[in-house]
Ligand binder design. Sequence first.
Ligand SMILES: [Zn+2]
Length: 227
Amino acid sequence: MTDYSIKRYGEYSDAEIVERLKAFAQNAGVAFVSSRSFSEATGIAEATVTNHFGSWKAFCESAGLAPRYQRSVSNQSLFENLDHVWQKLNRQPRAKEMKQPLSPISISRYQKEFQKPWHNICLEFLSWKSGASVAEIEREAQVQSVPSIKQPTHKTRREISLSLRYEVLKRDNFRCVKCGHSPATEARVQLHIDHVVPWANGGETVFTNLQCLCSECNLGKSNRHIG
Ligand SMILES: [Zn+2]
């Protein structure tokens, strides 16, 4: 009885299979080919490829193709890149600044991935970094349409800009200053930006009067104030 895989193995040369893969990828206009779609289109089984090249990855690399599907870049790496740029500038980067040499990942990659305006991408980034919800950050950052919100008792507005929020998060090492919990190590931790001297008591929205508190410590603090 003939061993089917051996027969298959002898049927193609390495170069021939590589050429088939290149042609397939070119016709389909893709940078990645799955073993399944390749075998469906060509009748060459993955086992045959593995016999020749050792692995599907090695085979794809022989043809100059990506070994697996890479989602352009993941949100994680987009956020990490934004983090680097933000730290380099020491403020919220502008959309047009997201380009080489400052940012290895261009603004178009962000727009393609998120399909959102730059401001909203920054909101999502801060949410990812602090664990707080986008809605909360947005609410706190919103400059009210009524300019008179700036009360005579205050030099600053109640709202916390994204840049200021990031500065405070960074100074406090993205941890709650009371209990030390961090969203980087515990997924459920949400960091809020708290006025040390409460806004209602005349506290200003300035770097030195702001701190990172997790939801629990923040709640504890407001309870004490109510009591
Ligand atoms: Zn805490």
